[in-house]
Design a binder for this molecule. Sequence first.
Ligand code: UDP
Ligand code: MG
Length: 313
Amino acid sequence: MKSKRINPALSLVIPVYNEAAVLPALVKRLTALAGKLPSRTELIFVDDGSKDQTVSIIKKARFAFPVKIIQFTRNFGHQAALWAGLQEAQGQYVVSLDGDLQHPPELIPKMLRLHKQGYEIVLTRRVDSDGLAFSKKASARFFYRLINLLSNTPVEPNSSDFRSLGRKALDSLLALPERRKFLRGMVQWLGWETVILPFEVSRRAAGESKYSVYKMARLALHGLTSFSTMPLFLSAIFSLILFIAAALYAAYVLYIRFFSDKVIEGWASVLFVTLVIGGFISLFVGLLGIYLAALYDEVKGRPEYLVKEKYVS
Ligand code: UDP
Ligand code: MG
């Protein structure tokens, strides 16, 4: 390891997946900012299985700081890439940001000033702007409402993975053993002094979003299952209510059958009860399945990513 690498003051962790189109702009912005960052800064790019020129562009680029590239064997996902970068980071402060310039690197000096004021964690909050599609804003709003309703750990609405961690916060984060990562929740679970920095999200500088609807839904599901078991409790409570109602109704039916001349008729009521109970049962079994899958994933204990190559400039 080169001596200039020892003890960096700041590490920037940037996950990239097929970002060849945006990299030239990123290089430019980071270079322009270099004078305002500590001289002992390191750049850590995590290549999440890109199929394009991402890695070769980073290797060729002339950054003002030493560069590391962690190249995955395939696409393991944004959270896994962030985690790999955080594990690699040596800095006293570690900032993670997207490679597409939606997270303005110009905020980093301000983040560092906030650390100096005693905050161990600097989170950001996206201020809604034209940089974000309506569908993304609406689904995010719904998701953060839901998770805050269900979870004991508050999750900052409209937070993103643009944040800065002090060494103490980072080390305690890295000690969390779970495989399914939802970093936005995990960081807030830690409890270190936190400050929130609002920022206006810009449009992607180039290229297209690498977050498919499937990947977004998976992240949301991982967030919900790892931060709340409330759905399981709620389903137990609903089942109890349903059970009591069913028992009362069954008693009523038996009473009519044996002690009254009345005849209860109608297939509609039978169908109604069957459908309601059947619906709840399948819903709750599905819910159990979701938590079982989460448990299964954790128990398997596979690594979250595999590294093909590590490159150090
Ligand atoms: N990314 C990644 N792996 C993925 C998807 C995305 O490393 O499987 C990176 C991507 O290159 C970008 C960041 O994560 O630097 C955020 O992704 P993107 O900008 O596509 O998501 P969006 O801003 O649309 O939510
Ligand atoms: Mg983006």
